[in-house]
Design a protein around this ligand. Sequence first.
Ligand SMILES: Nc1ncnc2c1ncn2[C@@H]1O[C@H](COP(=O)(O)OP(=O)(O)OP(=O)(O)O)[C@@H](O)[C@H]1O
Length: 256
Amino acid sequence: MGKSILEIDDLTKRFGGILAVNDISFNINEGEIVAVIGPNGAGKTTLFNMISNVIMPTQGEVRFKGEKISARKIHTLAKLGMTRTFQNLLIFENMSVLENVMLGTHIKLNTTILTAGFRLPSVKKDEEMSFYMASEALELVGLKSRMYERAETLPYGLQKLLEIARAIVSNPTLVLLDEPMAGLNDSEKNKITQVILNMRKKGYSFLFIEHDMRVVMEMADRIIVMDFGNKIAEGSPEEIQKDPKVIQAYLGEEVF
Ligand SMILES: Nc1ncnc2c1ncn2[C@@H]1O[C@H](COP(=O)(O)OP(=O)(O)OP(=O)(O)O)[C@@H](O)[C@H]1O
C-alpha cells in the first residue's frame, strides 16, 4: 500500500442543533479504495461535502497531499489531484459524450474564456490536448467507441461511466464517488466495479459512498462505517461484516 494522501482529523459538522458529523478521523493511502457506509442520515454526504470543500467543517481539518484544503476552491482541489462525482448525474444531454468529458479538462489547461473567444493559437493546442485527454479517459472507462454520440442517448449505466470519465480526465490521484451504483442494474454495477478496480491498478485511489453492500464488499480495501454522525467501525470487508456494532446499526435490514 502506498503512502497516505488524504488525512481527515477530528472532522465535525453541526447544522444548528444537528450534529451531522461528529469528530471523524481516518486516512486514505495511495492506490486504496475506501468505502463510507451507514444507514440513511448517518452523515456520509456531509462528510463527503467537507472533504471536497463544498461545505466548511465546524471543526477539524482535511489535508490532501499534506496541504490543508479547507481554504481551497473546488477547481484548485482538482488541480491538486482530487475530483468528485455527485449523487445526481451532471451530464449535459445535448452535448456529445466527448464534449462532456472535455469539459473536465479545463482545469488542467490554460485557456481562459477570453482567449478562447479570440481563438488564439494556444487555444488550438489546448483543444487538441483536451481531445487527447478526453479520449484517454473514455478509453479507460470503455466508452471511446461512443464518443461522438449525444450523451442523452446513452443508457443510464453508461452515463454514470461518462461521469466517471469526466472526473478522471484531469488525471487525479483521488476520486470521490457519491453513490456510483445508485439506480443501476446488476450488469451495469459489475461493469463499473470492473472499471474502478482496473483504475486502482493504474494507481488511482477512490473514496466512495455506497448502499449496495455486495458492491462495497467487492470493491473496498477498507470500510468506514458511520451512524448518527459517528464513525462506529473501520476495517476490511471481512472485519466489518462481523462487527457487532455494524450489525446493530443496520438492525432489521438485510444488508450483508
Ligand atoms: N444543509 C443541512 N441543513 C441541516 N441539516 C442537514 C443538512 N445537510 C444534512 N443535514 C442533516 O445531517 C444529517 C446527516 O445527513 P447526510 O445527508 O450527511 O446523511 P447521509 O448519510 O448522506 O444520508 P443518505 O444515505 O440518506 O444520503 C441528517 O440528519 C440530515 O438531516
